[in-house]
Design a binder for this molecule. Structure first.
Ligand SMILES: N[C@@H]1[C@@H](O)[C@H](O)[C@@H](COP(=O)(O)O)O[C@@H]1O
Length: 243
């Protein structure tokens, strides 16, 4: 895994946007999987700006959501799908038939997981995944203790995720579970980028950097992957020796 520190989130987000634009230049039909969360906000803003300036085009690309809270879908304010639509998808030009969000309200949740697995397989895998890291070291909703061999699955939530997840909502919902792509899907992606920004992530980033690979800190699973990179800003890296 490559590790790189940027002076601030603006430069970090711009470098991530460069990487995504480069991916689309190389393969305009790429399947992108970009995290719904505050880590991605600067990247979304930069990609929207570039789209408006005709510097990037998503008209042939595909988009796959990474995760969704149980009992929520695109109609739920604050859900992962809603976050993606509001902050990114509604402002750029993905073909609607190539946008696959996850329905956490589906009547058959296992069938929904299977359908998302099929979408990934039909596209020949994810071309580019942009991950954020949770305050407990989770990736997507692969929580501490996760089985690294799993593909798309239904999961229970760690206490930290239940608490921290409230930040996306005005309504203080009870967060009980989620549907998420699995570590196996992440590891099989052609390009894997984890962004970590802000001082509030400095302690968990230090823990991840100092720990060997363990499913108790899911982000450490990227360490063995040659096509993975962890890019962070200086605030997040402030407790890391290399920061
Ligand atoms: N479901 C999301 C993840 O996909 C996200 O990447 C991560 C970090 O969130 P944030 O970027 O808001 O810190 O945790 C959330 O729970």
């Amino acid at each position: 895994m490559q590790f790189k520190v940027f002076p601030d989130d603006t430069l970090l987000s711009s470098a991530v946007a460069d990487a995504i634009c480069g991916q689309l230049r190389q393969n305009p039909r790429s399947l992108l999987c970009l995290a719904a969360g505050h880590s991605s906000l600067g990247v979304f803003q930069e990609l929207v700006r570039r789209y408006r300036q005709n510097e990037v085009d998503f008209s042939q690309a595909g988009f796959l959501a990474m995760d969704e809270w149980l009992g929520m879908n695109r109609s739920t304010p604050g859900s992962c799908s809603d976050f993606l639509i509001q902050n990114f998808l509604s402002q750029v030009n993905f073909p609607p038939e190539r946008v696959r969000l996850i329905d956490g309200k589906a009547s058959d949740l296992q069938a929904e997981c299977k359908a998302v697995r099929c979408s990934i397989a039909e596209a020949g895998g994810l071309d580019f995944i942009l991950l954020g890291m949770g305050m407990n070291g989770h990736l997507a909703l692969n929580e501490p203790g996760v089985d690294f061999t799993l593909s798309v699955h239904l999961t229970q939530l760690d206490g930290t995720t239940k608490k921290v997840g409230q930040k996306y909502f005005d309504s203080a919902p009870e967060l009980t579970g989620g549907l998420t792509i699995g570590f196996a899907d992440i590891a099989a992606a052609k390009n894997i980028l984890l962004v970590v920004n802000g001082e509030r992530k400095s302690q968990i980033l230090q823990k991840v950097m100092e720990s060997p690979v363990t499913n108790l800190l899911p982000a450490t699973g990227l360490k063995d992957l040659p096509n993975a990179a962890l890019w962070c800003d200086r605030a997040a890296a402030s407790l890391c020796p290399a920061g």
